[in-house]
Design a protein around this ligand. Structure first.
Ligand code: C5P
Length: 402
C-alpha cells in the first residue's frame, strides 16, 4: 500500500519525537519516499542528521537555507506529497494548524497541503483533555484531518493517562488504511442528496423543514477527500461545500431533486440519500401572494411528492450501493428496517430525535447503521465529518468487493 507513496513527515517538539525516527524507518521499509519537515523545537528532541540519514533526504526546517539563502518551497512539497503525517503533533502545533498560524515550515507546509493530512497527537494528559486542545482537534477533524488518537499509558511527566503518541506501527496501519480506501474509492461515482426541499405555496411562502444540509455535505467532503468523483444534489441550504472537485447541483423542490437525481443515479456506484425531502407539496401554487384579508382561515390541499429513494431504489442495478437516512422519534429500529426494505436500500443510517446529539442543524450526530441483512452497528456521538468517515468505513467492505 505504501510502495512508491510520497509522504511528508512533520515532526514537532515533543518527547515522542524520538519515536518519529522509528516511524520514518517503518515507512521507508514499506517502500514510501519520505520528506521530513521539522519544527525548530522538534530539533531539540531529535537531530536532523538522524532523520536525513534515515530518509535519504535533507531535512526541511527553515524557510531559507542559512548558507545559500535558497528558499524551501512548502508549495512544492504540497504538490509532491500523497499524504502528510504530523507525528508527534504537540498541543502547540495542533493549535497552530487549527488556526492557521503559519510561523514555521511545518505549518506553512500544512496550509499548502493538497493531500490528506494525518495527525498523531502527543502530550501530557491534562494538555490533551484541556478544552482548548479538544476544540482544536475538533476543528482539524472538521477540516478533514485524520486524527490517530493518542493512546493511554505512561507519560513523560511520570503521570499516566491518555496523551501518549500512538505507536509507529499503528500510525503506519492508519496510513495504509487511508491508501486502501483511497484506492477503492478512486474514480468511484458517488451521488449524494442533501438539505431540505422547499415546496412553494405562493411566490413568497413555502413548506420546508429544519435540515441544514451539514450531514450530506460532510459525507460529500469525506468521499471527495478519499478520491471519489462526487455529485451533490442540494436543496436550499446556507452552507458551502469545501471540496474543490465536488459537483454541486442546486434544486428547490422534491420534484426538481428527483428529476436531477434520475439523471445521475444510473451511472453512480454509490448513492447516499441524506436529504430531508418534503413528503407533500401544495396541490397548486398560487401565482400571486395569498392575501389575509377576506378570509378567516385557509385549507391547503397537499399532494404526495415522489419518494426519491424509492424511485431510485426501484431502478437499482446489481453492484450499486444505496444508503438512506432515517430520522425517527419512536420505534427507531423497526421503522428503519421498514424503510430499508420499501426503498430497496443496502444500508440505512438511523438517528433519533430523542438523542440530544442528533438531528437538524447540529454539528454532531449519533448514528446506528442498519444493513439489509439486519445487522446494526451503533456509533457514539461525533462530529458530522467523523460520522461521514464512519459511514464510508462501514461501506468500505462492500466497496472493495465490487
Ligand atoms: O420515509 P422517510 O422520509 O423517513 O425516509 C427517509 C429516507 O428517504 C432518506 O434517505 C430520504 O433522503 C429519503 N427520501 C426521499 N424522498 C422522499 C422522502 C424521503 O428520497 N420523498
Amino acid at each position: 500500500m505504501l510502495k512508491g507513496k510520497h509522504i511528508v513527515l512533520g515532526i514537532s517538539g515533543g518527547i515522542a519525537a524520538y519515536k518519529a525516527a522509528y516511524l520514518l524507518r517503518l515507512l521507508i521499509r514499506k517502500g514510501a519516499e519520505v520528506q521530513v519537515v521539522i519544527t525548530p523545537n522538534g530539533k531539540e528532541f531529535i537531530t536532523p542528521a538522524t532523520l536525513a540519514a534515515l530518509s535519504g533526504k535533507p531535512v526541511v526546517s527553515e524557510f531559507f537555507a542559512a548558507n545559500t539563502g535558497e528558499w524551501h518551497s512548502h508549495v512544492d512539497l504540497g504538490l509532491w506529497a500523497d499524504l502528510m503525517i504530523v507525528a508527534p503533533a504537540t498541543a502547540s502545533t495542533i493549535g497552530k494548524m487549527a488556526n492557521g498560524i503559519a510561523d514555521n515550515m511545518l505549518i506553512t507546509t500544512y496550509l499548502s497541503a493538497k493531500e490528506q493530512v494525518m495527525v498523531a497527537p502527543a502530550m501530557d494528559l491534562d494538555m490533551w483533555r484541556h478544552p482548548s486542545t479538544q476544540r482544536n482537534v475538533e476543528t482539524l477533524k472538521r477540516d478533514g484531518v485524520i486524527i490517530v488518537e493518542p493512546a493511554s499509558g505512561e507519560l513523560a511527566s511520570g503521570l499516566s493517562g491518555k496523551g501518549r503518541m500512538e505507536e509507529p506501527e499503528k500510525i503506519v496501519e492508519a496510513a495504509e488504511k487511508y491508501f486502501a480506501t483511497q484506492e477503492t474509492l478512486c474514480g468511484k461515482k458517488v451521488l449524494i442528496t442533501a438539505g431540505p426541499t422547499y415546496e412553494n405555496i405562493d411566490p413568497v411562502r413555502f413548506i420546508g423543514n429544519y435540515s441544514s444540509g451539514k450531514m450530506g455535505f460532510a459525507i460529500a467532503e469525506e468521499f471527495a477527500s478519499r478520491g471519489a468523483d462526487v455529485t451533490v444534489i442540494a436543496g436550499p441550504v446556507n452552507i458551502c461545500l469545501s471540496g474543490e472537485d465536488i459537483r454541486r447541483i442546486d434544486v428547490t423542490s422534491a420534484k426538481e431533486m428527483c428529476r436531477e437525481c434520475e439523471k445521475v443515479a444510473a451511472d453512480a456506484d454509490v448513492v447516499v440519500l441524506a436529504a430531508a425531502v418534503a413528503d407533500y407539496a401544495p396541490a397548486e401554487v398560487a401565482e400571486t401572494k395569498i392575501k389575509r384579508e377576506g378570509s378567516d382561515g385557509m385549507t391547503l390541499k397537499l399532494v404526495k411528492n415522489p419518494d426519491i429513494a424509492a424511485t431510485l431504489g426501484a431502478a437499482k442495478r446489481p453492484g450499486q450501493i444505496f444508503v438512506g437516512f432515517a430520522l425517527e422519534t419512536d420505534h427507531e429500529y423497526e421503522n428503519a428496517c421498514k424503510k430499508l426494505k420499501n426503498k430497496n436500500l443496502d444500508w440505512i443510517v438511523l438517528n433519533s430525535l430523542r438523542d440530544p446529539e442528533a438531528g437538524f442543524m447540529k454539528d454532531t450526530n449519533k448514528i446506528t447503521m442498519v444493513s439489509a441483512s439486519g445487522e446494526a452497528l451503533a456509533f457514539g456521538a461525533k462530529s458530522k465529518r467523523q460520522v461521514a468517515a464512519d459511514i464510508i468505513d462501514t461501506l468500505f467492505g462492500e466497496l472493495s468487493g465490487k
